[in-house]
Design a binder for this molecule. Structure first.
Ligand code: SF4
Ligand code: FE
Length: 484
């Protein structure tokens, strides 16, 4: 396994073409806007090296029996699936951010079982290629960006019907030694912190869309890959040099638009090329794993938000008010409900034909459906408890100014015995998580990440087995089965 320092050194060797604020970024690793997201991923390496977390953060590889970072593991049991959730909760607590390493983790677990089933049915050679790739990921302890979402253009049209054929990532050339692909993947979590990009189709494809049924891996610094960094609300506070107004002093997450401008993919890194009938199960399994993931990461971030709300209540002197206590209880209740779903879909996991374990898809979709609602309610209660000062607070620079600062220290004080600065810090953390840079991961991503709410409702309706439920009702009501 790599240490956190070795991980950061490995990123320095990458030559990524990144645009941010209208400029090409010279030094990605040390850029103050990007750095917090690298710190979050680095935490996944630090904790794996910490004996206190080894049990949950590491696993024994099913491929070479070595101890590996759990983020590179193929799940071999329901216990592995449960440990994944526990690991994500811990990292959410540690970073109060998206730590970005789960998307690739979820992607390669999905690709593993689907390529196995493809080879079995179609006599292709994808699974062996994929296993060679994943062995490298494990041995080198790499971060993989799981790239699913295409720009999609006109949502009412299939990939091949779009006016611009590049709005879904597509095959443009097939060569002896590999393929050339063109298109883009949108909101790619942690793309700049990744060594590899594992691309997958974004929807179930029909035969007419077979040029879009693609799955492959390329190094993140491949020729003709372009990254355009996604900005977040309050992101320029990271350029101001202080450490109060940013809210979270060390950690963050990011998304980027990744453009494949005729990128060559060597043959041994192609894991699906035209087998459209398997695109649906790849999408369904990846989405299922990532919907499970939210039952861990969002809960850990929620723990910090609940802590911040309880802490600001103390700083404001309202912690004994019964309605405040009740609101905090409600936040815990909602947060633990999400966790229960994460644990439930993991504990009901089943082995696939490749041996890799899959979560219970119905429960994983219910998990994510709750995530589209509960973090919003938790955030609403946190804002309620924090009070309006969270959004009217003067800047850190005013606080440090000799004259303005004197007034702020005096008039923004809460209970005696707590420094005004600490009250400010807690309010800024609450602002960061509900409205600032971290709100991307905690709020809007709770809605749209791993698929928007309607995508889960479609899956829930598919898995609900209503016919069987109706049969149960008929039996209990004493209705005889009618002959057809
Ligand atoms: Fe991991 Fe959560 Fe970020 Fe997805 S949103 S990459 S599950 S931390
Ligand atoms: Fe996500």
């Amino acid at each position: 396994m790599l240490t956190a320092d070795e991980y950061i050194k490995s990123l320095r060797k990458l030559n990524l073409k990144v645009y941010l604020f209208g400029e090409l970024v010279d030094n990605v690793v040390d850029h103050p806007v990007i750095k917090p997201s690298i710190n979050s991923v680095a935490r996944t390496y630090e904790l794996a090296a910490d004996p206190d977390y080894r049990e949950v953060m590491t696993a024994q590889s099913s491929l070479n029996r070595q101890v590996i970072n759990r983020f590179t593991h193929l799940h071999q049991s329901t216990e592995d699936l449960i440990k994944k959730i526990k690991m994500q909760r811990i990292l959410g607590q540690e970073t109060a951010s998206c730590f970005q390493r789960c998307v690739g983790f979820d992607a390669f677990n999905a690709v593993d079982s689907v390529t196995f089933e493809m080879d079995k049915k179609l006599d292709t050679d994808y699974h062996h290629r994929f296993r060679r790739f994943i062995q490298q990921v494990q041995e080198k302890d790499l971060v993989v960006d799981g790239a699913m979402t295409d720009p999609k253009g006109d949502r009412s049209l299939r990939p091949s019907q779009q006016a611009d054929p590049d709005l879904y990532l597509r095959l443009v050339e097939e060569r002896e030694d590999g393929i050339v692909v063109k298109g883009a993947k949108t909101h790619q979590t942690g793309a700049l912190c990744s060594h590899e990009i594992l691309a997958m189709p974004t929807v179930a494809m029909g035969e007419e869309d077979s040029n879009y049924a693609l799955c492959f891996a390329v190094p993140s610094d491949s020729d003709n890959l372009v990254y355009i960094y996604g900005r977040q609300s309050s992101d320029t506070r990271k350029l101001e040099g202080g450490n109060i107004d940013v809210g979270n002093c060390r950690y963050g997450g990011h998304e980027a638009l990744v453009i494949f401008d005729n990128v060559f993919v060597p043959k041994e890194r192609v894991f699906m090329c035209g087998e459209y009938e398997f695109s649906g199960s790849l999408v369904e399994r990846f989405a299922g794993y990532h919907r499970q993931s939210y039952g861990g990461c969002k809960v850990g971030v929620g723990d910090v938000l609940i802590g911040a709300a309880a802490q600001i209540a103390e700083y404001n002197g309202v912690q004994r008010a019964s309605h405040i206590r009740d609101k905090i209880i409600e936040m815990v209740n909602l947060n633990e409900t999400i966790y229960s779903c994460g644990i439930a879909c993991s504990s009901q996991g089943v082995p696939t034909a490749s041996g890799t374990y899959l979560i219970d898809l119905l429960l994983a979709n219910v998990c994510k459906q709750n995530v589209t609602r509960y973090p919003y309610e938790i955030a609403r209660l946190a804002e309620d408890i924090a009070g309006g000062l969270m959004v009217t607070l003067p800047s850190e620079k005013d606080f440090n100014h000799p004259e303005a600062g004197k007034y702020l220290k005096k008039y923004l004080k809460g209970v005696d015995g707590v420094k005004t600065e600490n009250r400010l810090r807690m309010l800024r953390l609450l602002e960061n998580m509900t409205l600032g840079t971290a709100a991307v991961g905690y709020r809007t991503e709770s809605m749209h990440g791993a698929g928007s709410p309607q995508a889960q409702r479609i899956m829930i309706s598919r898995q609900a087995d209503l016919e069987n439920k109706k049969k149960m009702a008929r039996a209990i009501a004493g209705i005889e089965e009618e002959k057809q």
